[in-house]
Design a protein around this ligand. Structure first.
Ligand SMILES: Cc1cc2nc3c(=O)[nH]c(=O)nc-3n(C[C@H](O)[C@H](O)[C@H](O)COP(=O)(O)OP(=O)(O)OC[C@H]3O[C@@H](n4cnc5c(N)ncnc54)[C@H](O)[C@@H]3O)c2cc1C
Length: 380
């Protein structure tokens, strides 16, 4: 057994952290307060290979695999998870283009994303169906050589800033529930597509979350990704891929909580002693540190297994589930250790606390993961 990261992965980890430390902090406060998306920073990150780094080199990526991308989401989230989200999610949706798309689709879309020229959005969730992934209603009907798409999506990361979207559509409404869906690439500037940037989020405020309406949107049938009727399974595969990266976000945010807390308890005095000398503070720091190391093990192993051809998607789901819990509890402890100072925006922990909650909501809620894992552990 070898627990060492390769020198390439270590370099990627360190370079990502340096990039984030250098570029994010001047933007953090304003982007969080004004809910500003950081388009230019995505371009800069792409220039150093951080966008779509998991995409193989032949399609313009850095070929750093799943573990490499998890190291990226970890390090950017250690500095500012919301700004970092804009960087890694610029390729969100491309996973299925790589795994199921035609050679032409891969060559058309993936290199542009990796260069930071195009932003992708994965448009799946609908106003009336989120967790119920087979409950989506957006309809794509064949007409001549085209699909005509009508329906509504909600909470779509990057949509208002995107150049194209991977859209989950019903193409075969009479088929069995899980065979009704297909994935279709829709350029965002196609006639009939309207996006609306949603404001007022609790956290992750510098990311773009949007509603999307499709009103008889016409795209060529050649934009179908993979096989007609296989969209449900393709989407499950996409989540299997991306869960490790969200778990990387959880890890980075939890580390930031611990780092800020350690700094604070060393200098804050109470009853004539530093806060860190009290057992109750040590209990909180210890729990954060132990959870972080356990989470690191899950994330890196899940990523490593994917890269080595023996993916264990249950482990990825465990990493995301445990990651969400760890991030939320670490942020809670971090605020507690800061006392009322932690409740004010002068200290970063209040933002960590707001940002953390999304990690138990998107890409499968905590409850959805419990359902999946609960079934799995009962298998023989
Ligand atoms: C900032 C942000 C970014 C996002 N980005 C994207 C994106 O890029 N693309 C995209 O498609 N979506 C995106 N989403 C949407 C997100 O993935 C969904 O909101 C999420 O999957 C939950 O769906 P829902 O909100 O419809 O909740 P619901 O499915 O209505 O669930 C509500 C509650 O009920 C629980 N629940 C549901 N079913 C069951 C059940 N059978 N048993 C027990 N409990 C259950 C859920 O766990 C949850 O607690 C994003 C959301 C946010 C907030």
């Amino acid at each position: 057994m070898d627990f060492e990261l390769t020198s390439e992965h270590q370099m990627l980890r360190d370079m990502t952290y340096r990039f984030a430390k250098d570029k994010f902090p001047p933007l953090t406060e304003e982007c969080d307060r004004e809910e500003k998306y950081t388009r230019d920073l995505v371009t800069e990150a792409a220039e150093v290979g951080l966008v779509g780094a998991w995409i193989p080199e032949e399609y313009g990526g850095a070929g750093m695999g799943s573990l490499g991308n998890a190291l990226i989401t970890e390090q950017i989230s250690r500095v500012d998870m919301a700004i970092g989200h804009n960087i890694w999610s610029a390729s969100f949706g491309c996973e299925d283009i790589l795994h199921y798309g035609s050679e032409e689709q891969k060559k058309t879309y993936l290199p542009k994303v990796c260069k930071g020229e195009w932003i992708c959005a994965g448009a799946f969730t609908e106003p009336n169906a989120g967790t119920d992934v087979a409950g989506y209603k957006t309809r794509a009907v064949k007409d001549g050589n085209d699909f005509v798409i009508t329906g509504n999506k909600i909470f779509i990361t990057n949509a208002s800033n995107s150049d194209f979207m991977l859209v989950q559509c019903v193409t075969n409404p009479d088929a069995k529930r899980h065979d009704q869906f297909s994935q279709i690439i829709v350029p965002t500037n196609t006639k009939g597509v309207t996006t609306n940037h949603m404001t007022g989020k609790l956290g992750l405020r510098s990311s773009d979350t949007s509603e999307v309406a499709f009103d008889e949107v016409r795209v060529p049938q050649a934009n179908l990704v993979g096989t007609e009727g296989n969209g449900f399974r393709q989407l499950m595969n996409l989540f299997d891929t991306t869960r490790v990266w969200i778990a990387g976000q959880c890890l980075g945010l939890s580390e930031a909580c611990l780092e800020e807390s350690v700094k604070y308890v060393k200098q804050r005095m109470a009853f004539g002693k530093p806060l860190g000398s009290f057992q109750i503070s040590q209990m909180k720091l210890t729990e954060m540190a132990v959870n972080i190391e356990a989470l690191r093990g899950l994330v890196y192993k899940a990523g490593w297994l994917i890269d080595n051809g023996s993916p264990d998607f249950t482990l990825s789901a465990m990493a995301k589930y445990f990651g969400g819990k760890t991030a939320v509890s670490s942020a809670n402890y971090a605020v507690e250790l800061h006392g009322s100072y932690g409740y004010f925006e002068d200290y970063p922990v209040q933002k960590f606390y707001r940002d953390a909650k999304i990690l138990e909501l998107y890409e499968g809620t905590k409850e959805a993961e419990i359902m999946t894992l609960g079934r799995h552990v009962q298998k023989d």
